[in-house]
Structure formats: C-alpha cells, structure tokens
Design a protein around this ligand. Structure first.
Ligand code: PLP
Length: 376
C-alpha cells in the first residue's frame, strides 16, 4: 500500500456530527454546526478571539488582507518559504510582496532582518501595509517579537497559521496572535474539514467584516443591496460538522505527529542529516517532518532519496520552493542570506500523516537508511 505524505485522518466522531446536520436539514453554508465549530476553535485558542469559518485558508488570508486595507501598489512583507495559498491573495489585491528569509534557529521568519528593514522603511517612509509570517511546518513564529514590531511601526500583522493549529509558543497558542491569523482545514493538514479555513482575530469588527464580505457583501435590506463587492467564501455547515469531530482529536493528532518526528530523528540522525529545530519553549505540531540532506557529508542527496522512496510507493516531497525563486515573483525584493534556498535544495519532507502505522514508518526509515548506508 502506498504511504502518503499526509492524509485525512478521520476519528469516527465526524459522521455523527454530519448526521446531526442532515437531521436538521442545515445542509447549507451557515448553521448550528458552523457556529459550534467556530466557538470550539475560539475556545481551544484560549478565548478572547473571534473565529470565522471560511471555504479555505487562502480565502481567510484574502479577507484578512482586504480588511487590513491592503490594495493596489501596497507592499506586503512575507516569509519567502511558504505555500502558494499563503501568498496568492497578495496578488488578488494588486499588492506587491517583499520577501524575507528564515532564522536558522527556528526556520521561521528572521525577526532581526525584519526589524532592520522596518527601521529603514520607516526612515524612507515606505512601510508595508501588512506583515505575513508563516508558522512553517507547524512551528509558531515569534509572536511576541513580531507583535512588538507591528505595534512600533503601526503595521498590520497577519500570521499564516495554516500548518500550526495545536502548536504553542510559551503560554500562547499558534493561531491566536497578530491582528489576525489564518487556519487551514485542507485535506492534508493536521485536522481537516475536507477543505476549509478560518480567520481568527482579536478585533470584533474584523470578524464582522469578514462575515459580511464572505457572504457577498449584503447590506442590511430585504432585497439584495450592495455598497461594495464581496465573495462566496463561507464554510459549509456540513464541512463544519466534520471539523467538530476533528477538534475532538486535535491534541491526539499533534501528539502522534510529534511521535513520528521523534522516531525519525532517533533513527536517522547522523552527520549530514539535519532535522528542523524546535526552539526552547515552543511546541511544534511537526505537521511534516522536515530534514535536510547534505551531499558532501552523506554522499547522497535529497532527490536520490526522494526517488528511491517513490520506487517503493512512498511519497516524500522537497520543502517549499521559496517564493522569491518562483518565476511568478522574479525580481521581487528579497532580504536574507539564502538560508531558505539551501533548505529547498537539500530539504525533504518525510511521510508524516497521523494515520501512518509504526510498520509503515519503519519501512520509510529502512529505505532512507539503506540509501544513506550505501553511500557512507
Ligand atoms: C495550506 C496552506 C495555506 C492555504 O490553505 P488552503 O486551505 O489550502 O487554502 C496557506 N499557507 C500555508 C503555509 C499552507 O500550508
């Protein structure tokens, strides 16, 4: 049987929740399951935040950026190493990205680099509208440091927490910070609604606006009245029902992903193999186990190992290709020393699904080890 990178992992609770939705005929966007899902996530994140269920994480980012006032010609400063859905909304709004490298200690956005550039931009009166750092592979960005910077320069902070629900930094939960955070419940994430996302924000007026914009921007009137344009972005009540079932097992899912990471680390650590670091005080979800393979020390490389795994029906994938290296963003400004480029060149995400069995993981480990031993 094929071993996947990260598959949907149902708990068995979902079907009952979906049946409840069917029984009450709330087979529509909006309904009691959606209200309950939003309340459950808000509660999980520690309260004090408003949650708006949406059709995807990308939709959540689109709304957050629009509500932050991002428009044509504005700059949005963003982690270069991210997924397409975490940046394309910048294009939807006609804004321009400026890319930042990662901090080697955390593999999340380099806050010192960002601080330097913010100081320079403030001096030259060209501050961005918003900063969008990514919680890479389930590891929270440095929320306190980023919030301090955002406040100092009056810049909006929107955290891409699509991969990190269940993670924490100190006493804070990933997905609860900034002006807003976005979550994704796509099929390959830690928990899924079969496709969906959420906007999480401490500002009640942002949540109200997000609900308004996500339901075709209908002004209060018995007929359809519009003073601005909106989107059809609301999460289906049926999908929210799946999410309710998944929230019951979120912590188990994180525990399992962390176990998988720890087992890979114990089995595969050797000179030339690096695992994504986890700074002290942080708990990553380890959504995907990310490693790098240094050819000079191991005698092999990422692609050789990836293809060897593929030969055995095992899906592994390079790390995200940094956005400043993408044809789409050629020429966009980039700040950093190319740490993200190195991660792309040498990095591999190993199968990390919480439904992977111990035997399956042993198989992955055996194939990677065989490749490393063959060249040692
Ligand atoms: C998955 C993901 C998104 C987008 O979420 P969708 O629900 O697929 O639209 C955005 N950013 C990052 C970093 C992601 O991993």
């Amino acid at each position: 049987m094929r071993i996947y990178l990260s598959r949907p992992h149902m708990s068995g609770h979902e079907v009952a929740r979906v049946a409840e939705a069917f029984a009450s005929n709330f087979v529509a966007p909006i309904g009691p399951q959606l209200d309950a899902f939003e309340a459950t996530v808000a509660d999980y994140l520690g309260g004090g935040v408003h949650c708006v269920g949406l059709s995807s994480g990308s939709a959540a980012l689109h709304l957050a950026l629009r509500i932050a006032g991002v428009g044509p010609g504005d700059e949005v400063w963003i982690s270069s190493m991210t997924f397409a859905g975490g940046i394309f909304p910048v294009n939807y709004l006609g804004a321009k990205p400026r890319f930042f490298d990662l901090d080697p200690a955390s593999w999340t956005i380099h806050t010192d680099l960002l601080a330097e550039e913010l100081a320079r931009a403030a001096h030259e009166n060209r501050l961005p509208k918003a900063i969008v750092p990514t919680d890479l592979y389930g590891q929270s960005v440095d929320l306190d440091a980023l919030e301090t910077l955002a406040t100092r320069y009056s810049v909006r902070l929107i955290v891409d927490s699509a991969e990190s629900i269940g993670a924490s930094i100190g006493t804070r939960k990933a997905g609860s910070g900034g002006d807003a955070a976005i979550l994704s419940f796509n099929g390959n994430k830690i928990i899924t609604t079969s496709g969906g996302g959420m906007l999480v924000t401490k500002h009640k007026d942002w949540a109200d606006q997000a609900r308004f914009l996500a339901t075709q921007a209908r002004d209060p009137a018995p007929h359809y009245e519009h003073s601005t344009f909106g989107y059809n972005y609301r999460l289906s009540n049926i999908c929210a029902a799946i999410g309710l079932g998944q929230m019951q097992v979120l912590d188990d899912r994180v525990t399992r992903r962390r176990e998988i990471f720890a087992r890979y680390k114990a089995a595969l650590s050797r000179p030339g193999i690096t695992f994504m670091p986890e700074p002290e005080g942080q708990i990553s979800t380890h959504w995907l186990t990310a490693i790098t393979i240094d050819p000079t020390q191991t005698g092999t490389d990422r692609e050789t190992i990836r293809l060897a795994l593929l030969d055995h029906q095992i899906e592994a994938r390079p790390l995200w290709k940094p956005m400043h290296m993408q044809p789409l963003y050629r020429g966009a400004p980039y700040h950093g020393g190319g740490m993200d480029e190195g991660l792309f060149e040498q990095g591999l995400c190993l199968p990390s699904g919480s439904d992977m069995t111990d035997d399956q993981q042993a198989e992955v480990i055996a194939h990677v080890t065989a490749q490393l031993d063959a060249r040692a």
